[in-house]
Design a binder for this molecule. Structure first.
Ligand SMILES: CC(C)(COP(=O)(O)OP(=O)(O)OC[C@H]1O[C@@H](n2cnc3c(N)ncnc32)[C@H](O)[C@@H]1OP(=O)(O)O)[C@@H](O)C(=O)NCCC(=O)NCCS
Length: 177
């Protein structure tokens, strides 16, 4: 059964295996765009990467202009890394129109087993805890898996902007714990 954890260096080898499965494709919610997979094979680099992911939740941490604080979580089953999930604490213009509060991805070998649906369900109370009462989640018009993941979690469709379907989940109304 998948659960969400704070990124942890003890997942180094399984994280590398899972990340390699994406074969260079963008990993939604994974962060660390400035690091190559090759660099992250080095345990010292991986530690710096993990520390930076965790620190990104702190408002005072340095970040690129326009970027907002973000809580990064990993989707795991026991000791196996399954995927990534990110909760952006605020919406800038781009996030409001296209990116949303929460992004996620599941490694290809772990898909179609309910992991994304469970991860999003588990992330909603975390978002609520962060003070986000209306959570925006978006997906590409043609992303059937992400669309089903959002709708299954009570997402209410608002509109489509630049090819992104935009859904809201009211954390109080949805009875999110
Ligand atoms: C989208 C993604 C996260 C789904 O992960 P997953 O763990 O396979 O999803 P789940 O097994 O939890 O499935 C959730 C729902 O989506 C449906 N689903 C999953 N993949 C699907 C697909 N390729 N086509 C149609 N439906 C799909 C499941 O049937 C399920 O629907 P149900 O609740 O009605 O039965 C995964 O395919 C992925 O990482 N894709 C690349 C990154 C991405 O698109 N991230 C989302 C960005 S918005």
């Amino acid at each position: 059964m998948a659960s969400l954890i704070v990124p942890d260096v003890s997942y180094h080898s399984t994280w590398l295996e899972g990340s390699a499965e994406f074969d260079g494709a963008h990993r939604d919610g994974a962060g660390g765009e400035d690091w190559s997979l090759e660099e992250l094979r080095d345990p010292r680099s991986f530690r710096r990467f993990v520390d930076a992911l965790v620190d990104d939740a702190l408002p005072e941490s340095p970040r690129k202009p326009g970027y907002v604080p973000c809580t990064y979580l990993w989707i795991v089953d026991g000791e196996t890394f399954l995927g990534s999930l990110a909760i952006r604490h605020e919406l800038n213009d781009w996030l409001l129109n296209e990116g949303g509060h929460i992004g996620y991805s599941v490694r290809p070998s772990g898909r179609r087993r309910g992991h994304a649906a469970k991860a999003l369900a588990d992330a909603l109370p975390v978002a609520k805890e962060l003070g986000i009462s209306r959570v925006l989640i978006t997906c590409d018009e043609d992303n059937a898996g992400s669309r089903a993941t959002i709708e299954r979690n009570g997402g209410r469709y608002e509109d489509t902007r630049n090819g992104k379907r935009r859904y809201w989940v009211d954390t109080a109304e949805q009875g999110v714990a």
